[in-house]
Design a protein around this ligand. Structure first.
Ligand code: ATP
Length: 509
């Protein structure tokens, strides 16, 4: 069939979908079509309502109002088993897999019931689907061994092997991929489109939308504010403007950093760090974190970033070597590191930092060590006053102090955790992947705040997968590769390609 014809045929049509959480209307009267053989991008700032909409389409939430049609016939999608039975699949950000089992077993668990396939047949189908869409996964690998990209490919294969899948929802799929994997992922989406699948793609990355989407819908505060693709041309600036409403995107750039004459707030010498299974993650490296400077850390994910961040926060002992803060040797133990002025933003705030049932205010106090200890407890009124008056919390639009954190959107949790770190005015700030999951406007705000923290004297260690971000913010860059820490390099002296070569080879360029 011609693509033009395919584009006119809605597989899934929703009209007037509304979802409320108490007094908050997370989605108001949403109309949306997903056509056969097309990619429909959903954009919007953090908390705009994208995940809520997708969860209604996948049957997790039951809409309060509105109707759904599949192939022109009324459909009920709640609960997810019904959505799946009608051909809707979803690839979540947090993968729904059993780590102890193999790829084959995970897929068997999900699809066997529908097909009663024997393992040999199932294995063949996995191999076929993997080859067809470029989704390399080893059926016999245990899931715990897989990196995030491989887990995502497993999820996609699983969704494709569910009987009857025709509509696939991807929730910020590229946020777990390293830059080198993104191109292959977008090619895979194009192949799915050629085969007639209807794709819904949530993303914060405008360039991905421009690269693959046929249509785009922008949500703001739970309502559709802009549509492009059908008639209206897809243009990046127009999409950003629709997302941001009356706010404007201000460019971020550092004023070229001076030489490293600043004293090292933290100095690491001859250090080795072990990974979770006792293997060496990083070998015999030196690292200085000068006060008032941002030290960027580049590297393919899984090159020791998490182990490095944890060791510099006292969470993980050094296997050898020394670590000094302000000239004073440190022993492992988070408490003494926090007292010495170190703060960590971990790489997965949603998983690692949110305690169900706790409010934002309580999370502010829960940072390993209370911000304002009072006797054995916490000085809540001081903390509340501080949070309400905090310019960092205001700039990041952190939600109200009494809001329970688990009801926040993913990006809003990231904002809360970043604000908490910045409010402490740490002398040494270790921040992992700060822009992950943030909308463009907020990502820029966070970047500006990191520059501001450095301008006020903080020694910042910035771990990021985004080379643009690293080059934009860092005064000096180090690279993790082959268990080694290379550098520092000045961003003026090396370009992105040079850093990329170091990341891949672990050898001097
Ligand atoms: N279970 C819930 N209970 C209460 N409020 C919720 C719940 N889930 C979402 N919300 C609220 O609904 C609004 C929309 O959230 P949603 O997760 O859909 O946003 P999003 O556009 O996906 O954001 P992000 O880009 O940060 O992931 C937010 O204000 C959020 O706090």
């Amino acid at each position: 069939m011609e693509r033009e014809n395919l584009l006119t045929e809605p597989l899934l049509s929703v009209r007037g979908l509304t979802k409320r959480f108490g007094s908050l209307t997370a989605n108001r009267s949403i109309d949306l079509d997903v056509r056969k053989g097309s990619i429909h991008a959903i954009l919007g700032e953090n908390g705009a309502g994208k995940s809520t909409l997708m969860k209604m389409l996948y049957g997790v939430y039951k809409p309060d109002e509105g109707s759904v049609e599949i192939d022109g016939r009324p459909a009920e999608l709640h609960p997810p088993a019904k959505a799946r039975a009608q051909g809707v699949g979803m690839v979540f950000q947090d993968f729904r897999v059993v780590p102890a089992l193999t790829v084959l077993d995970n897929i068997a668990l999900a699809v066997e019931k529908g097909w009663g396939l024997r393992r040999r047949q199932l294995r063949r189908r996995i191999v076929d689907v993997s080859a067809k869409y470029g989704l390399a996964v080893d059926p016999d690998a245990s899931v715990w061994e897989l990196d995030l990209g491989q887990r995502q490919r497993l999820e996609i294969v699983k969704v494709l092997l569910m009987p009857g899948t025709r509509i696939i929802i991807f929730d910020e799929p590229t946020s777990v991929l390293v830059p080198q994997e993104v191109g292959a992922f977008l090619d895979m989406l194009r192949r799915l489109r050629e085969d007639g699948y209807g794709i819904l793609l949530i993303t914060h990355k405008i360039n991905e939308v421009l690269a693959v989407a046929d249509e785009a819908t922008v949500l703001r505060s739970g309502e559709i504010v802009f549509r492009a693709g059908q008639g209206e041309e897809l243009a990046g600036e127009r999409l950003i403007a629709a997302m941001m409403g009356d706010k404007t995107l201000k460019a971020v750039s550092r004023t070229a950093g001076g030489p490293d004459e600043a004293p090292a707030a933290m100095a690491v010498r001859g250090a080795s760090i072990r990974g979770d299974h006792g293997e060496l993650a990083l070998e015999a490296f030196d690292l200085d974190l000068p006060a008032g400077r941002i030290t960027g850390v580049a590297g393919i994910s899984g090159s020791g970033q998490r182990e490095l961040a944890e060791a510099l926060f006292g969470l993980r002992p050094l296997a050898s070597g020394t670590l000094e803060i302000g000239g004073k040797p440190m022993k492992p133990g988070v408490r003494s590191f926090i007292e010495a002025g170190v703060t960590l933003v971990s790489e997965d705030p949603v998983k690692e930092s949110v305690v169900p049932g706790f409010t934002i205010l309580e999370h502010m106090a829960l940072d390993g060590y209370p911000l304002y200890p009072k006797g054995l407890g916490v000085d809540w009124s001081r903390l509340r006053a501080e949070l309400t008056a905090s310019p960092e919390a205001a700039a990041l639009s952190v939600a109200a102090p009494d809001r329970r954190a688990e009801t926040l959107s993913g990006g809003n949790i990231q904002r809360m955790v970043l604000a908490r770190a910045l409010i402490r005015r740490p002398g040494i700030l270790i921040v992992s992947y700060p822009s992950r999951g943030l909308d463009i406007g907020t990502a820029y705000t966070v970047q500006r705040q990191l520059l501001e923290a450095a301008a006020q004297g903080a020694a910042v260690l910035l771990l990021s997968e985004d080379l643009d971000e690293l080059f934009k913010l860092s005064d000096r860059l180090v690279v993790l590769a082959g268990k080694r820490l290379l550098g520092p390099y000045r961003p003026e002296e090396i370009d992105q390609a040079g850093i990329g070569r170091l990341m891949l080879k672990g050898e001097s360029a």
